[in-house]
Design a binder for this molecule. Structure first.
Ligand code: ATP
Length: 279
C-alpha cells in the first residue's frame, strides 16, 4: 500500500443524508473518521448509529450528500471493510454451521462459487481459535447462545481480508470473558493499523476510543473524546438534565438540572429535534 493510501481517512462525509424509504434516519451530516484507531459511535436509541454503520459498510446508499470510504464510494470499498452486525438476518432454524458462517468471511475475496483454498481454511481456523469458537465449529448457529453467536460473527469479520472492521454493539450482552476476548481483538486490530468503528451505549467505552461520533438523528459532534463528550454535547444529544453528574466526563456545573433551557445552549443544528424516534 502506498503512503497516501495508508493515510486516506476511513470515511469522509459531507452533507450526508441517510434514509429508509420515506424515513430519514440521518439529516445532513459532515464528519471524518481517521484512518487508524478506534472510533466509537454513541447516541440515544434510534439516533442513527446502526444506520451510519450500514452506510459505511456500503449496505445503505446515501440518499444525498457524499460519502467516501477509503477514498472511494462505500459500495466499492466493501471488500476491505468487515461488517459485524448486531444480529444477522438469518431465519430461525437455518441449517448453517458455525464454520460455514465464519467461512462466509472469505467470500468477498474468493467469490461465492470458488472453492476455499488452503490459505482460506487457515484464516478461518485462525479466526475461530481467536474467538474461541473452534469447539463449536459443527454446531448450528441457531443452537447457540447470543454471546456465542456474537463471537461467531466477529470471527467471520476477522476471517475477511480487511483494513477496517465495523462492529455493531460488540460488547453488549456478553459475559466478562467474551467481552474481554472481543475487547482484546479491538485493541489488536488497532495495533495492526486497522480502523475499528463500533457503536456503543457505554460512555466509558466511548471515552476510551481515539475518536468519537455523537449522534442524535444527525452527527452532532465528531472528534477526540474529550472534545465530543463534553457535558454540553451530551445534554444536547440525550436531553437537558437527563444525565447524572456521575455519568459525565466533565463536571463543570453540578447545578445543571436548573440550568438554562436547551435553546439557550445554542444547538449547532436546530433540525435535531425532528429526528428522534421512540419505539
Ligand atoms: N430497515 C429500516 N427500515 C426503516 N427504518 C429503519 C430501519 N432501520 C432503522 N430504521 C429507523 O432509523 C432510525 C435510526 O435507527 P438505528 O437503528 O440506526 O438507530 P440506533 O442509534 O442504532 O439505535 P439503537 O441504539 O436502538 O440500536 C430509527 O428511527 C429506526 O426506526
Amino acid at each position: 500500500m502506498t503512503a497516501s493510501a495508508i493515510d486516506t481517512p476511513l470515511a469522509e462525509a459531507s452533507g450526508l443524508v441517510l434514509a429508509y424509504g420515506n424515513h430519514v434516519a440521518m439529516t445532513p451530516s459532515d464528519f471524518t473518521i481517521p484512518a487508524h484507531g478506534v472510533t466509537a459511535i454513541i447516541g440515544p436509541n434510534g439516533s442513527g448509529k446502526s444506520t451510519l454503520l450500514n452506510s459505511l459498510a456500503g449496505v445503505l446508499q446515501p440518499r444525498s450528500g457524499s460519502l467516501k470510504v477509503l477514498g472511494k464510494p462505500a459500495s466499492e470499498a466493501y471488500r476491505q471493510v468487515a461488517y459485524v452486525m448486531q444480529s444477522m438476518a438469518l431465519p430461525e432454524g437455518t441449517p448453517i454451521t458455525v464454520k460455514e458462517v465464519v467461512a462466509m468471511g472469505r467470500y468477498p475475496t474468493r467469490g461465492w462459487f470458488r472453492p476455499l483454498t488452503k490459505s482460506d481454511r487457515r484464516r478461518i481456523a485462525w479466526a475461530m481459535d481467536l474467538l474461541d469458537v473452534a469447539d463449536l465449529a459443527r454446531r448450528h448457529l441457531g443452537e447457540l447462545s447470543g454471546g456465542q453467536r456474537q463471537r461467531v460473527y466477529v470471527a467471520q469479520g476477522l476471517a475477511q481480508d480487511h483494513v477496517a472492521v465495523l462492529l455493531d454493539e460488540p460488547l453488549t450482552g456478553l459475559d466478562l470473558v467474551s467481552a474481554k476476548t472481543i475487547d482484546d481483538i479491538i485493541h489488536s486490530e488497532r495495533e495492526r493499523g486497522h480502523s475499528v468503528v463500533l457503536t456503543t451505549h457505554d460512555l466509558d467505552e466511548a471515552r476510551a476510543a481515539d475518536h468519537v461520533i455523537l449522534m442524535n438523528g444527525h452527527v452532532l459532534a465528531s472528534g477526540p473524546p474529550e472534545q465530543v463528550l463534553s457535558r454540553r454535547n451530551l445534554e444536547l444529544a440525550y436531553g437537558l438534565g437527563s444525565l447524572h453528574d456521575s455519568d459525565l466526563v466533565f463536571i463543570d456545573d453540578p447545578e445543571h438540572g436548573d440550568g438554562p433551557a436547551v435553546d439557550a445552549l445554542n444547538p449547532p443544528n436546530p433540525s435535531r429535534h425532528n429526528h428522534r424516534h421512540h419505539h
